[in-house]
Design a protein around this ligand. Structure first.
Ligand code: GLC
Length: 496
């Protein structure tokens, strides 16, 4: 009897249970010209190597990334690529081969667009006479890939000028394909300085844009891909809230301030994060010794070994100030040039690692000769050495004239090296002046060499106070620069 009652009760309950719906995950496809670890020449690669992974691990989106298949991608990765299909892509009047390869990496699906004529090049991945044609091909092949593979997503997230053409094709031309009609687009500006401008003659000849798009992509008599993408994308984002404000002004916008202002209703600024597993002093294999904020003995070893490596006197009591940067003017190097000798007359050591404009390379090389034993310069772009410097130095200088986000200040912080930054772009959003209690670095506002020097000296002074220094180092090392919070902000954008 009893049993029967029980059974009925259970049945009743079951009847009231809601039916379980299997909800398919939403889909986002990132598009860009580089992503770590496959191919990396700058900050964009860090972001496309870490943000998609963070979104995928949040669990709400299926995440893919589409990249060009450069011959410079290392064999250890290429070997794992799987060929899926090939087809022809229109590049103006040309019809060009595109092979599609795929691989899965850290929860993200990567697609690579192969064409040796465009992407089998020596040395660099950009800077060729036919970059316009190479990325016209890529931009168009991206959409053809989506259509051919039938992987229409909810959102496509494009990055910088190399994929700006895709936004223009998507919004301006691909609505013949109903499936593209529902696809929302985000265009992220990582640096407004590089806009992808080409002679207007390429409009039909290379890009094959339809006539009605002429006004959209034309700017100052040239074809400007970034401008076209800003005009047509559903959302425009950039890599820090401060930079989103700055690019409304001519000092930062490289001519596009009015285009930005006109589109400010759809402009967002989201600070980048870094991959905290990849940049982790506890596990980093490039370091001379590992450490964490709980025990900094390893950092002392890193400093000593770095001094030996770059031929500086092994001294624990002198602060090492590091600069790891592309040697180009917007990084604020003219400020450094102006006061570095004044700085080198103090009891400090300076280590410079970078590559770039000839003039800066020569200046810093000569400087190291003149101040040998106090200053070391290495002209290179070298991952291994950069980690050894991030970990071995005490202060990290980043006086950029403009800095959309900047990742080096975050990486340096992770390694317990205190940043000194100018209050611009993402530097302003990530580093706050230390006031004895709060703050995670040293900052200055005006683009002025002596203001910078003053901040450096503050750091050098504080270094002498071991207790205070330790306190600051702990704040710096425990500041959250991960994608945890920031990736959710992108998801919110996608959801809306
Ligand atoms: C560009 C910007 C840099 C930013 C990076 C990633 O390289 O110059 O500030 O951190 O893109 O968004």
């Amino acid at each position: 009897m009893k049993k029967a009652t029980k059974l009925t009760a259970t049945k009743e309950k079951l009847g009231k249970l809601p039916t379980i719906e299997i909800v398919e995950k939403k889909k986002v496809i990132f598009v860009g010209s580089e992503a770590a670890p496959f191919i990396a020449t700058g900050g964009l690669a860090d972001v496309l190597g870490s943000l998609p992974k963070a979104i995928a691990s949040n669990g709400n989106y299926d995440v893919s990334v589409i990249l060009p298949m450069y011959s410079n991608i290392k064999n250890e990765y290429r070997e794992k690529f799987e060929f899926i299909t090939n087809f022809n892509v229109s590049v103006g009047w040309r019809s060009q081969y595109a092979g599609i390869f795929t691989t899965e990496y850290q929860g993200v699906k990567f697609f690579f667009i192969d064409n040796e004529y465009y992407f089998k090049r020596e040395g660099n991945i950009y800077g060729f006479y036919d970059d316009g044609e190479r990325f016209a091909f890529f931009s168009r092949a991206v959409l053809d890939t989506v259509a051919r593979l039938n992987i229409y997503p909810d959102v496509m997230h494009f990055n910088d000028w190399q994929s700006a053409g895709s936004v223009i094709y998507l919004k301006g031309m691909y609505y013949g394909d109903e499936n593209f009609k529902k696809v929302k687009s985000i265009f992220t500006i990582h640096n407004i300085e590089y806009q992808g401008t080409f002679p207007m003659e390429t409009f039909t000849d290379l890009f094959g844009f339809q006539e009605n798009l002429r006004g959209v992509v034309e700017f100052n008599g040239a074809l400007n891909l970034m401008k076209g993408a800003i005009e047509l994308s559903d959302i425009v984002s950039t890599v820090s809230p401060t930079y989103a404000e700055e690019i409304k002004h001519s000092f930062y916008a490289h001519g596009l301030e009015n285009i930005i202002k006109r589109n400010e209703g759809k402009l967002r600024g989201i600070l980048n994060g870094i991959d905290e597993d990849y940049y982790n002093p506890k596990t980093d294999k490039f370091l001379f010794a590992n450490y964490s904020y709980r025990g900094l003995k390893g950092k002392a070893i890193c400093k000593k070994e770095l001094q030996k490596l770059v031929n500086l006197p092994v001294r624990e009591d002198v602060p090492i100030i590091a600069l790891i940067t592309r040697l180009v003017s917007h990084k604020g190097l003219d400020l450094v040039k102006c006061v570095i000798e004044e700085l080198l007359h103090k009891d400090v050591q300076v280590v410079i690692l970078g590559k770039g404009e000839r003039g800066y390379e020569e200046f810093f090389t000569d400087l190291a000769k003149k101040y040998s034993g106090k200053c070391a310069t290495i002209i290179a772009f070298n991952q291994d050495l950069s980690r050894k410097i991030y970990s071995g130095a005490d202060l990290f200088l980043m006086p950029s004239k403009s800095e959309p986000c900047g990742l080096s200040q975050m990486i340096a912080s992770r390694y317990g090296t205190v940043p000194i930054v100018r209050e611009t772009g993402g530097l302003n959003d990530s580093i706050k002046q230390f006031n004895g209690v709060n703050g995670n670095g040293f900052t200055f506002h005006n683009y002025n060499a002596h203001d910078m020097l003053h901040s450096i000296c503050e750091g050098v002074e504080l270094y002498k106070d071991k207790e205070k220094w330790k306190q600051l180092q702990k704040i710096v090392m425990t500041t959250d620069f991960s994608w945890k919070v920031q990736s959710k902000k992108y998801e919110d954008l996608y959801n809306n």
